[in-house]
Design a protein around this ligand. Sequence first.
Ligand code: PLP
Length: 395
Amino acid sequence: MHKPGRHFLQIPGPSNVPDDVLRAIDQPTMDHRSPEFGELGLRALSGIKTIFKTKEDVVIYPASGTGAWEAALVNTLSPGDTVLMCQTGHFASLWETLAKRLGLVPKVIDTDWRTGADLAAIEDHLERDFEHTIKAVCVVHNETSTGCTSQIDKLRAVMDATGHPALLMVDTISSLGSIDYRHDEWGVDVTIGGSQKGLMLPPGLSFNAISAKAREASRTAGLARAFWSWDEMIAANATGFFPYTPSTNLLYGLVAALDRLHAEGLDNVFKRHQRHAEATRRAVRGWGLEVLCKVPEHSSGALTAVLLPQGHSADAFRKVVHTRLNMSLGNGLGRLADKVFRIGHLGDFNDLMLAGTLSGVEMGLKLAEVPHQAGGVQAALEYLSETNPSLDLSH
Ligand code: PLP
């Protein structure tokens, strides 16, 4: 059926791809062994380091984020190694499943999926691990299924205080380029990223930022690895090339997306998302609904998960919004299935896109007969007009 106007893609990734990034991807495919490719590769590989805030190696895989999770584990660990994982939501639980399939032994700290990682519990496990059997602590920075972030700077401080030598691995798939993140300063050993969220690219690229300690661990790690091996990648990357065929056209897009992020300034990007997140939370409260994340300082700048009143189906609501209003909202995942919907406010996004998104939610609540109060959109608009819009089009 013909649907006039643009679809509103307000899931928390894949996010909207800006037109200039799409145009950059839309070029003739390049010879990936040519000198021109080497130049493109070097620009992409050095540019992406600024987003991770690292001076160390970053490798780029032609794969979705799940591949980069696997790469982080197989390059650094050995069969039977214990990994400490905090189950903050659905994505943390998928990473745990992946670790088990690789022959690792996850020790899992559960949460109620309404907060970031439980730092006290992590500290407790590390303190009691006298034999240092825990080889890595794995945490998701921004849980895309819940809209809760984990405080990685505080986690680093906890690990330092215990003096435990475990590696620290952090999934930034939905926070990279959206929420402040500092690979070097926070002493992270492997950071995992993906292209399809804050980097405003289509899905298909994923990343490992690698500390010297992780690289050292990779020399003795015993898990089998071939495609994901860092060594060949880092050796080829020295001159901008890859050991196998890279995603040439997505790399054109990556360079264009990095230029956009730098033109705006990373700190401004983070502030823009935080402001939209606050406006969204005000709208949710205005509707008389509940934000899933219950710890304000863990609230995500990238997305907001909203609980439906008991007895109401979040999927039925999303279906109404999709079919009647041509807008996609994120679904509830894992134990949150049908209980929440998620509003993505990450990537290429501005005040009027948020206003349209929240208007669509408010209209959808009415159409789907979900009990709520009117006025959520108004609360968000008031906040947006009282705070400085980030756009300055005067020059
Ligand atoms: N981790 C997080 C936090 C995610 O949001 C996702 C996907 O949305 C993944 C991991 C898995 O990444 P992918 O679906 O790109 O393989």
